[in-house]
Design a protein around this ligand. Sequence first.
Ligand code: MEV
Length: 432
Amino acid sequence: MQNIIKGFSRLDKEEKIDRITSMFTADAAKSTALLNSYIHHDAAVQKVHDGFAENTLSNYFLPYGIAPNVMVNGRLYAVPMVIEESSVVAAASKAAAFWAERGGFKARVDGMEKKGQIHLYYRGDKSVFVEFFESNREALLNAARPITEKMTARGGGISSFMLKDLTHVEDDYFQVDISAITMDSMGANFINSTLECIAGEMKRLFKEQEVSGELEVIMCILSNYTPACVAHVEVEARVEDMAYAGMDGKTFAERFVRAVKMAELCVERAVTHNKGIMNGVDAVVLATGNDFRAVEACAHAYAAREGRYSSLSHAYIKEGVFCFWMDIPLALGTVGGLTRLHPLAGLSMDIMGHPSASELMMITAAVGLAQNFGAVSSLVTSGIQRGHMKMHLNNILLSLGANDDQITAAKEFFKDRTVSHSAVAEFLERNK
Ligand code: MEV
């Protein structure tokens, strides 16, 4: 039987490192040195990072890059991207520059409403419960006023409040459903606190008013499905201006539209196609300290909103004009959470000129569409591996400890050859 580690969270960082490296790694001294080498030299900064999560041993670095030339509604942004996958930032940058020369991305936000629910069971006469809810509607909303007041003053707050009867899907199941406008914050804490406050008051009033039946609140939680918090982004150009990678504009545009159609029609292709979009979206979401799990979960649910998973982006040619567009739900914030706490998330906001949440939604959607354009453009012209492998070669060379001369020689040698780990290792062996 393995020993359960008790009281781990109460150990100090040094003790945690010691415990883990000695119990689980082959070389405790080496592992400890590695973890320590990733700890920030400035203790105050490290303290901020330690505070983000629990049982922190060290930091895990990811590249912080920039896609310059992202033109959205006529304004040029340099957009920070945090991502570990090679080629992503290069592809987004190339696509953004391509479109900046053709008028850039036109974007808008179609709603910023988010939702949350009190999930509950009411066992009794339904009409009694509906009457209880309706007659206490104001009292319930008033109970949450200490939380909602400031948001309302900023122009947001609760935009709808209703009881949903779900007894057709599950006996006695009801939801108190709220919609909220959370302005520049992502809104998770606002919605969850509001729901918990309302649920508490609901239970209190139910008891106080001696309502017949039984009320059981199961949980209060925001929904990460935000189909009413959506950014729309599009680009367009005449097909004759779309020459790409040696292909004439008309051929390229037609092949591109067909590739997007395949993602609309085929789930296997749609998932990969949308993954390409999320390469760009997640990278911006991470760079700005937003919640990429929430954005990912929602984007894919949205992609299946018509009952079948499909492409998030669409393309067509009409009267000689190529149009490429996407609607994507993005619950992002520019205040609160990590957005202000993480020093680099703060810098990202600074680099982008301190965007509002809606502006950040449009920028992020534009990077997603740029990323998608970059990937699909490669796929319908040279194929994806050429660009990928160029970057991959670099990573292999670095991992094998190649020096600058060997790197230059290898890049020349592998220009027209297939890159693999063993081929690069053999090349380095021959060119010591
Ligand atoms: C790789 O990370 C993303 C792509 O597979 C996206 C796509 O196929 O459209 C290149």
